[in-house]
Design a protein around this ligand. Structure first.
Ligand code: NDP
Length: 498
């Protein structure tokens, strides 16, 4: 039943929160080897929600050994592709049937609006599962004409796509369920096993997902979850000799460390990292559409979205109207817990992250930068008011660094060329948007903007069939799309003389 009020938590969520903290290894709940635990907090209240296990190196080793054994004996890898597809489709059905419970648990641990949890975290995840399920039956190789010595023998050469082995998946806290699935799905669709480490801030839905996958028919050991911090559990996973591929989503700094670990262990790796994403608004844009578009693009999930718009460059004639419209929209927002269906501004994920975002705002204010659109937020919980930051200088920290919060820079530019130059003047290149009704300008600028995804007259929409990843320091590799499994498979050439 959809959530109606504070006492209306789904009984399955209540029961899940009462369970003893455990890891999920070899298809079963497992207590920590050394008794270490950590608390998970409800961002809306700052109160403890549950405890989770701080996995030790030994726990991570047990999870990887389990995944490795499952890979070696082929209990998943050697199933018919159609049978792997069927299991993944069952997982989608189970998640869909339990959508409300998963959405509530996600809101409770992450803080996001229940609407976003329902629509994106769970709803979009179901679409992603079904998309990836279909890829399980699409793995294919190529045949080649070769120019080898002739004579009596003939040659046949072709390639096979084979799963790489054990995947180490490391996920961040902003979309804990959906991004966990972005690791789990390509691994399972291609026949790999996986050990997933969610962020220690938001470990709960990933654990529940693993149990649900077992129920759907994913064999024990194929999908394990270890919880705990990056320093111990994360490092143990990235350096484990039996892990063949690292799939990481998170900050650029951690991504670089993981890239180094991958090279040291000669592992495959995919890095989906941060963004400092520009939106370039040309003077012919329809402001009535730009305002709701940037409200979504900049403030979805409190701006805790890697692809969120964070730097808006607007041609001078539209500047005043855009600032006034965005300010009016922000001042009309209601604030509250993510579980409150009326609340549009929800808490950030953690006290640490709240302090980090507040520090960026304080720094801008100390430099005399003009802030607009701020509203009152509760003292209890990890709330930060949204804000527009007007014309910050290039030296202001929040102009250069990823804030990952509800803060949107708006900078007036003389023309599109200045806007483009400033948009591209960053080490990051995850996503960007252009707002214009001039198709010629849009086609020209989409080619010249340095970003892995460029939207025109929208921002932040992603789709399982559209490749996603970063230019520059926003990452290496692409997720999604028909070639998604390439990063989880080895290409083996076979050459037969006959
Ligand atoms: P972090 O990089 O801090 O952490 C991401 C994950 O890595 C967490 O599970 C973390 O564990 C783990 N980790 C940290 N250090 C190590 C290490 N040395 N070895 C192995 N694992 C480690 O990012 P956040 O969780 O703070 O997430 C926010 C960041 O993620 C933002 O920069 C955002 O842009 C990016 N992001 C990128 C996306 C994309 O697709 N490009 C999508 C979503 C977010 P723990 O936190 O438990 O210590």
């Amino acid at each position: 039943m959809p959530y109606q009020g504070p006492h209306d938590i789904d009984p399955a969520v209540r029961a899940f929160l009462k369970r003893d903290p455990a890891l999920f290894i070899e298809g079963a709940w497992r207590a920590s080897s050394d008794g270490e635990q950590f608390a998970v907090f409800d961002p809306a209240t700052g109160k403890e929600l549950a405890k989770a296990v701080e996995a030790s190196e030994g726990d991570v080793d047990a999870a990887v050994q389990s995944a490795h054994q499952a890979f070696v004996d082929g209990r998943w890898r050697l199933l018919r592709p159609a049978d792997r597809e069927k299991v993944l489709l069952k997982l989608a059905d189970l998640l869909e049937n339990r959508a409300e419970a998963f959405a509530q648990l996600e809101t409770l641990e992450q803080g996001k609006s229940i609407h976003i949890a329902r629509m994106i975290e769970v709803g979009a995840s179901v679409d992603w599962i079904r998309y990836a399920a279909g890829l399980a039956t699409k793995l294919s190789g190529r045949t080649f004409d070769v120019s080898l010595p002739g004579g009596p023998s003939h040659w046949t050469a072709y390639t096979r796509r084979e799963p790489v082995g054990v995947v180490g998946g490391i996920a961040p806290w902003n979309f804990p369920l959906m991004i966990a699935l972005w690791k789990v799905l390509p691994a399972l669709a291609s026949g790999c096993s996986i050990v997933l480490k969610p962020s220690e801030v938001t470990p709960l839905t990933a654990l529940w997902l693993a149990e649900t996958a077992l129920e759907a028919g994913v064999p024990a050991g194929v999908f394990n979850v270890v919880t705990g911090g990056g320093a111990v559990a994360g490092r143990a996973l990235t350096s484990h000799r039996l892990v063949a591929k690292l799939s990481f989503t998170g900050s650029t700094a951690t991504g670089k460390a993981i890239g180094h670990a991958a090279i040291d262990g000669m592992k495959h790796f995919t890095l989906e990292l941060g963004g400092k994403n520009p939106a370039l608004v040309l003077k012919d844009a329809d402001v009535a559409k730009v305002i709701p578009g940037l409200m979504a693009g900049g403030f979805l999930n409190g701006g805790q979205v890697c692809a969120a718009a964070s730097r808006v460059f607007v041609e001078a004639p539209l500047y005043d109207d855009l600032v006034a419209g965005l300010e009016q929209a922000l001042l009309g927002l209601s604030v509250g817990s993510g579980l409150d269906p009326q609340a549009q501004v929800n808490p950030l994920v953690s006290a640490d992250h709240q302090a980090k975002v507040q520090a960026y705002v304080a720094d801008a204010r100390a430099q005399g930068v003009e802030l607009r659109g701020q509203i009152a937020v509760p003292d209890e919980g990890y709330f930060v008011s949204p804000a527009l930051v007007l014309n910050p200088s290039e030296e202001t920290k929040l102009t250069r660094e990823e804030v990952f919060g509800p803060i949107l820079n708006i900078t007036k530019v003389a023309d599109a060329e200045e806007g483009l130059a400033r948009a591209n003047d960053t080490r990051l290149g995850l996503a960007a948007s252009l707002w214009t009704q001039d198709i010629g300008a849009a086609m020209d600028l989409t080619r010249r903007i340095e970003a892995g995804t460029v939207w025109v007259n929208s921002h932040v929409f992603i789709d399982p069939n559209m490749p996603f990843g970063g230019f520059k320091e926003s990452g290496l590799g692409r997720d999604f799309g028909v070639n998604w499994l390439d990063g989880y498979t080895e290409e083996k050439s076979v050459c037969i003389a006959h």
